[in-house]
Design a protein around this ligand. Structure first.
Ligand SMILES: *Cc1c(COP(=O)(O)O)cnc(C)c1O
Length: 421
């Protein structure tokens, strides 16, 4: 064992996280039994408690049939509302501002139907050039739905030449100069590609000062960084629960609508029977009476079996708390960046995630040159049991999860990269 590896194990003994509450996949190669799983930003690991959550719902279905809607151990009808409570705490929202439903892209569309209101010269949607493809497609199709030309309507903000992260001052300068043409600013809270943490309160304020509405895609922020959506005055946000929030493949998404918009009769929305007031839902009235809460955006019967893992998965975030999780995440990524820094001077690897603690989320993105990122990720997996993900042509992403990743996982990734890069 090298001194570096001993040091990693010492750090794990001092700062162990909650790994024992998760199932870590076996390694597909290398000399350790478990994977060094650094892809929790893609699909979080399975909390051990989830199997019992699911089994209990299957038992309720077997023994109660339709009565499970009311009589299950976690009554199916109201499960989303109960999940909205921990979901709200994770992002600094009120439960009434939060709803668990559908999936991320669907929720972005539903929210843009409400909050993208082009009128007169104010029609543009501003996103980042390194936006996740689904977000790019979503905003283009929203522009088209309004009869607008997507190429002219969607503005993609680029970092300065030679830089990877978007500067806050460049976004605010754009909003100052051209803000009167902007209807909606829709950015990722943590950029999925670079791992940049965007200054959400500053840009929300700048968007509002320009007269625009401001929404956030929090896929890589929720459960990773501390958020205060209500206090920051964000208009709307959406995120998924299968990445940092460990709720499993196909887990429904969550959405936030600020209290100032709730109950506003001027808001356009697509309605369904799940968005009517639950107290009168089963009166089967022909006209919806939406409540003054984010529940008004619900359309359909909740997907109980897909929601089931969220009970235990989100409870862990309450148990540990976002401040402690963010602090541990920063310790892990700091350590990983230090190790990668000692690799990079001699190797064609470049960390593109900003280094400052207020500028980075929970992942470390690395640009590789001289070889395909996808091939490198495969060799890390099958040669070393290290799971990272690759974004062609040249970026690999390493995301230690604060709940279950270890310093030893980070050390293994850096050691394997030193051997392979
Ligand atoms: C993961 C991710 C998505 C995925 O959207 P789904 O609708 O859940 O498939 C969207 N946007 C960003 C930024 C993401 O990272």
């Amino acid at each position: 064992m090298t001194p570096d590896e001993t040091d990693a194990l010492r750090r794990d003994a001092e700062d162990p996280g909650h790994r024992s509450m998760f199932l870590v996949p076996p390694a597909s190669g290398g000399r350790y039994a478990e994977s060094a799983y650094l892809v929790g930003n893609s699909l979080g690991l399975q909390p051990r408690a989830v199997r019992d959550d699911l089994a209990a719902h299957l038992d309720d279905w077997a023994t109660l049939g339709v009565e499970g809607h009311w009589e299950a151990h976690e009554p199916w009808l109201t499960l989303p509302q109960r999940l909205a409570v921990p979901s709200a705490r994770i992002v600094g929202a009120r439960p009434a501002e939060t709803v668990v439903m559908n999936s991320l892209t669907v929720n972005l569309h539903l929210l843009m139907i409400s909050f993208y209101r082009p009128s007169g010269a104010r029609t543009r949607i501003v996103i980042e050039d390194a936006a996740f493809p689904s977000d790019s497609y979503a905003v283009r199709s929203q522009a088209a739905l309004h009869g607008l030309d997507p190429d002219a309507t969607v503005v993609r903000l680029r970092p300065r030449a030679g830089e990877d992260a978007l500067r806050t001052e460049d976004v605010t300068a754009f909003l100052r100069d051209e803000g009167d043409t902007v209807a909606l600013l829709l950015l990722g809270g943590v950029n999925y590609l670079t791992g940049e943490l965007v200054d959400i309160p500053a840009l929300t304020e700048a968007g509002h000062a320009a007269g625009a509405l401001v929404g956030w895609d929090l896929a890589h922020a929720a459960g990773s960084v501390e958020l205060r959506l209500h206090d920051w005055g964000v208009d709307f946000a959406a995120w998924c629960n299968y990445k940092y929030l460990n709720s499993g493949p196909g887990a429904p998404g969550s959405a936030f609508v600020h209290a100032r918009h709730l109950g506003d009769p001027a808001i356009r929305r697509l309605d369904g029977w799940w968005g009517t007031d639950e107290r009168t839902r089963f009166e089967m009235a022909p006209v919806s009476r939406p409540p003054a809460s984010a529940d008004a955006w619900q359309l359909s019967t909740p997907q109980t079996l897909a929601l089931a893992p969220m009970t235990s998965a989100l409870a862990l975030f309450d148990e540990v708390g976002m401040p402690a999780l963010r602090a541990r995440s920063l310790r892990l990524t700091e350590y990983l960046m230090d190790l990668l820094g000692s690799v990079t001077p001699h190797r064609p690897l470049e960390v593109i995630t900003p280094r400052a603690v207020d500028r980075r989320g929970g992942q470390v993105s690395v640009r590789v040159t001289g070889q395909s990122a996808g091939e490198l990720a495969k060799r890390l997996r099958f040669g070393h049991g290290v799971l990272v993900d690759s974004r062609e042509p040249d970026v690999i992403r390493l995301a230690p999860a604060a709940l279950y990743s270890s310093y030893h996982d980070c050390w293994r990734a850096a050691a394997a990269l030193a051997a392979l890069a």
